[in-house]
Ligand binder design. Structure first.
Ligand code: PLP
Length: 362
């Protein structure tokens, strides 16, 4: 449950939350007892700092390892430069045919609608752009992006992302969506947003009433820890799902925050209760400033192995590594196929039994 510090009648107003993001050491010190390292990192942050009062209210005042706090308060480790890290680990700039479009896969594109977020995640992989310039999409950029999609008939899926597209007003979002929807070969529109998690008041009945005019719309959110599931975030998801919008979740595997089977199991169970489907579990990208969040690949495999078979199939996300250099998402998981011959395959079950499956006789 979120507590309104200095409780304002505006607390439930998403614009108030956005306008009143906590950005400085002094403002954040009202919510938590800052450690020396946090104070140091907040003095000259190398990546945008901004936390909605709502999300800040979920932080534990005294625990420096609080999973909410670690996602939004910088540490000096962000300044560590390491050889294998990159500004643009997924080569998104190289795959951008026109500004604000990323075209990596044959049939779908990302449209980067803004660099602004309700709350800046310390593990942001797009930090080379995000939070750098707090301005939105210009009309000229939107025109070019729409012209690109319209002239590429193979694009059947458009993912509106950023930044967080839900920093815009309903009317501004509608202006983008209506233009994408008017392109005949675009079958589905997806929105990537963390607003239901970091500023859940953004999801209003008016907003979902607008979206549902443009179906099929899908939304992907990012819950990383079960402690982000509150009555407010649950209400936001429920408004979306009730409007017929399937909501998926993309979790980033973060060291010290959610890198255990216990946390992940509880998270996916809570998500299913909200009718939110765990979609991806991401291995951290090789982005500058997030090395301290990286886990060993074996950790993600172990989590999937601990979920698959042991709980509802819908609760199990696909663990992926986004290929360094821009090759796309690669699914990684436990090995269940032990051997393969022309006659049969040898498999193992989730609880370790060996079984044979004969191939057809042709
Ligand atoms: C993740 C991503 C997509 C969508 O991938 P799905 O596996 O279809 O969810 C599309 N384009 C880019 C550039 C991406 O990074």
């Amino acid at each position: 449950m979120s507590v309104c510090l200095g409780c304002s009648s505006k607390w439930h107003d998403w614009r108030w939350q956005l306008r009143n993001r906590l950005r400085t050491r002094e403002e954040l010190a009202a919510y938590i007892d800052l450690t020396t390292d946090e104070e140091k990192a907040l003095t000259e942050p190398i990546f945008a700092v901004g936390v909605t009062p709502y999300f800040a209210s979920l932080m534990d005042r005294t625990d420096p390892n609080c999973p909410i706090r670690r996602q939004v308060i910088p540490l000096s480790a962000e300044g560590r430069g390491i050889g294998h890290l990159h500004r643009d680990p997924l080569n998104e700039e190289g795959l951008s045919p026109v500004p604000r479009i990323i075209h990596r896969y044959p049939d779908r594109v990302v449209l980067l609608a803004t660099e602004i977020c309700h709350t800046y995640c310390r593990h942001c992989t797009r930090r080379r752009r995000v939070g750098m310039m707090e301005h939105g999409l210009t009309m000229a950029e939107l025109d070019r992006a729409i012209a690109y999609i319209a002239s590429h008939e193979e694009v059947r899926d458009v993912l509106i992302s950023g930044g967080d597209p839900l920093i815009y007003s309903n009317r501004q979002i509608e202006r983008i969506i209506a233009r994408v929807r008017a392109i005949p070969h675009v079958e589905i529109i997806r929105i990537g947003t963390r607003a239901p998690v970091t500023n859940p008041f953004r999801v209003t009945p008016d907003f979902v009433a607008m979206l549902r005019k443009y179906h099929p719309i899908w939304i992907n959110v990012q819950f990383n820890h079960y402690r982000e599931i509150t009555p407010e975030s649950a209400r936001a998801c429920s408004l979306l799902v009730d409007a017929g919008i399937p909501v998926g979740n993309q979790t980033v595997l973060l060291r010290g925050i959610n890198d255990s089977l216990e946390v992940q199991r509880r998270l996916v169970h809570e998500l299913l209760k909200l009718r939110v489907r765990p979609y991806y579990l991401y291995q951290c990208d090789l982005a500058e400033g997030i090395e301290h969040f990286r886990t060993r690949v074996a950790k993600g495999i172990e989590i999937i192995e601990g979920l698959r078979g042991h709980t509802s199939g819908m609760a199990v996300p696909t663990f992926v590594i986004d290929a360094p250099g821009g090759g796309g998402k690669i699914p990684i998981g436990p090995q269940y196929l032990i051997s393969q011959s022309p006659e049969k395959v040898v498999l193992r079950t989730y609880d370790g039994k060996i079984v044979e499956y004969p191939e057809p006789d042709v």
